[in-house]
Write a protein that binds this ligand. Structure first.
Ligand SMILES: [Mn+2]
Length: 431
């Protein structure tokens, strides 16, 4: 299912470029390239195509094999922003459809100058003679392991070889800064992604007793998301019982046991903006006492974190608070001695055993959006809040994840109206 990118207002895209230009020193050029689709096997490609999110943010386009040159103070106004794009050939139109005309590319991006890709290197030569600083777009996501030559690195290397005497700069830190302040237009798309998430979850709850396997649940989630105009933000985690203690369990191929909890961690991508939610549901429709206790302990931590989270705090500081709150929960669950609560050195090893991940992450055009963990959160930041407790020896894993928007004074829970209280969940399953 292809997104209709024309829904993204071009004023938002134009403003993103204007915000970027404020960070560029005079005589800067930003050079961008959206790679061709990555091959998978035989004549297939990974599908759907994943456009570079920075290029999407700056041009509104999700088209493969386009080049973009941005040189905001170039003396000739018509050459300050250029897109290099080839309209589909007649043959491509027969096989793949109309695609975009150059005129549509102009309208979507707000960039008036659209040339063919064959003109890229000649045009670049002119602009490079004027430019001193070259900003290159590389995937610098902290969680990414750059173990092989991705197309962004190959392209960057090629530019550096062609122009070895220029001064090279990183685009990634500026983009992380810009993207961490969510704008109104994108908040609307985020809310849309969350609305779809809610619909899928409610529908799933009322049908859940019909499902015998994790795979059936995965199929339901995926089908429902697509039918509502979204895509899976990532492969859904559908983990029954003990499988829920495997943090990124995506096998999704076991039977569901009636006495188990089912952990569902899925997200919706809408026009490339993502939601990410985790809920835990008793397969039978009733929590056992122990399951409920663990569930309530995690829910309490999530509620306390939502009270705690506000601008000015760093993600690292919030993590410390989350670990402390989990420590109290572990005492309540008889998993840790009360005496250890006074000293993080005492409780942290045990907390890490039962809660071995971060309380949350930045999210946006990427599910794990790059953000600044050690810098204070600012209004407009969009993060997840997902405390969890995993007791492997009891086959119980509970994680509860909502998506928050940082405001001037605190945070808004964008998933506030998606059922999370255990009674609500039970009622829906039994309805
Ligand atoms: Mn998450």
């Amino acid at each position: 299912m292809k997104f209709d990118i024309k829904q993204v207002p071009s004023e938002f895209i134009v403003k993103n470029r204007e915000r970027l230009y404020k960070y560029l020193p005079p005589r800067s050029v930003v050079i961008l390239h959206n790679p061709v689709p990555a091959p998978s096997t035989a004549d297939m490609h990974y599908d759907p195509y994943e456009p570079d999110r920075n290029i999407f943010y700056l041009t509104g386009l999700d088209i493969p094999n386009i080049y973009v040159i941005l040189c905001p103070d170039y003396p000739e106004a018509s050459k300050r922003e250029i897109i290099f794009y080839d309209e589909p050939s007649e043959l491509q139109k027969i096989w793949e459809g109309e695609g975009f005309s150059s005129e549509e590319v102009k309208q979507i991006s707000g960039i008036k100058n659209v040339l063919s890709t064959s003109e890229f290197y000649q045009t670049l030569q002119q602009i490079m003679f004027y430019a001193q600083y070259v900003f290159l777009n590389l995937n610098e996501n902290e969680r990414f392991v750059p173990s092989r030559d991705n197309t962004d690195r190959l392209f960057a290397r090629q530019i550096r070889e062609l122009y070895p005497a220029h001064e090279y700069k990183r685009l990634a830190p500026i983009m992380a800064l810009l993207r961490s302040e969510k704008q109104e237009a994108e908040i609307n798309f985020i809310k849309k992604a969350i609305q779809i998430t809610k619909k899928v979850f409610l529908d799933l709850l009322t049908n859940i007793k019909e499902f015998k396997t994790e795979a059936e649940v995965e199929g339901f989630i995926t089908g429902k998301i697509i039918s509502l105009g979204g895509r899976n933000a990532f492969p859904p985690i559908v983990a029954g019982g003990h499988n829920a203690t495997v943090l990124h369990y995506v096998d999704n191929n076991r039977m569901l046991n009636r006495e188990d909890l089912l952990l569902l961690d899925f997200g919706v991508q809408y026009l490339y903006w993502n939601s990410d939610m985790t809920r835990v549901v008793p397969v039978s429709g009733r929590f056992s006492q122990r399951q409920r206790d663990v569930y309530m302990a995690v829910l309490k931590v999530q509620k306390e974190l939502k009270e705690f989270i506000k601008p000015g705090l760093t993600m690292a500081e919030i993590q410390k608070e989350a670990q402390k709150l989990i420590a109290y929960s572990l005492v309540d669950l008889n998993l840790m001695d009360k005496g250890k609560l006074n000293d993080p050195k005492e409780y942290l090893p045990i907390v890490r055993k039962y809660f071995p991940h971060g309380f949350g992450h930045f999210i946006g055009l990427d599910v794990h959006e790059q953000g600044y963990r050690y810098e204070p959160l600012r209004p407009g930041a969009y993060i997840t809040c997902e405390p969890g407790i995993y007791i492997r020896e009891e086959g119980i894993g509970v994680r509860l994840e909502n998506d928050l928007l940082i405001t001037e004074t605190g945070c808004i829970d964008l998933m506030e109206d998606i059922p999370i209280e255990p009674e609500e969940i039970e009622d829906l399953v039994n309805s």
